[in-house]
Design a protein around this ligand. Sequence first.
Ligand code: APR
Length: 232
Amino acid sequence: MPEIVILTGAGLSAESGLGTFRDKDGLWTRYRLEDVATPQGFARDPARVHDFYNARRANCLNAAPNPAHFALARLSQHLGDDVLIVTQNIDNLLERAGARNVVHMHGELMRALCAQCGQRWDAPETMHATDPCPLCGAAAVRPDVVWFGEFPYHMDRIAGALADCALFVAVGTSGSVYPAAGFVQDAAMAGARTLELNLERSEIAADFDESRQGPASRLVPDWVDERLAARG
Ligand code: APR
């Protein structure tokens, strides 16, 4: 079981140029999440939903990992299975930085899912509502992302890790979406120390033993240096 569980959110990728959701100019100030991030929105207008994720996939392909992604990658390479990185982000910047032991609880922009038969495959750069599933042929392809009202992925593995970790760190997440927002309490209840690294105090900052404020590109490398120095 990992000693450290790290939860990341949109703030981790903000300095790579990928927008956050709830900040000023965040994605949810420009789009209605009911339209583009719910099964009902997809049923009403799949083309609109594909357009939204196609644009985000293009942004992601044009973006590069920032020093916070590289620092988490360095930590995960040094500590191996002693670290689990749980990300709410659907981008692939952690993997591109070389991070290991990453689980995408809200799915992945770069993967496609057939809503008809459950087949998964690597998403093309641009997806269309009329694309056929490569396995069953149904025109029911969707991005393999978790929408509001759907169950996050990998919850058994995450719950097991939270129940057993010594340190829980949240990076760049507002603490407004459950179940991720409840992980700090799960970890604390299991006896872990808890630390928040965020641009500003999040909505749930009071739940953490410690909250540090600043950009992820500075806070995360500093914290990783501290951790690795402490292990000698
Ligand atoms: N460094 C650190 N933190 C930052 C930075 C930065 N450079 N920029 C912004 N932040 C912080 C903000 O202060 C905010 O607290 O990141 C947080 C981003 O919060 P949200 O936009 O709510 O993103 P997130 O917490 O990842 O959202 C959770 O909501 O809509 C869903 O599925 C989507 O996974 C997402 C989930």
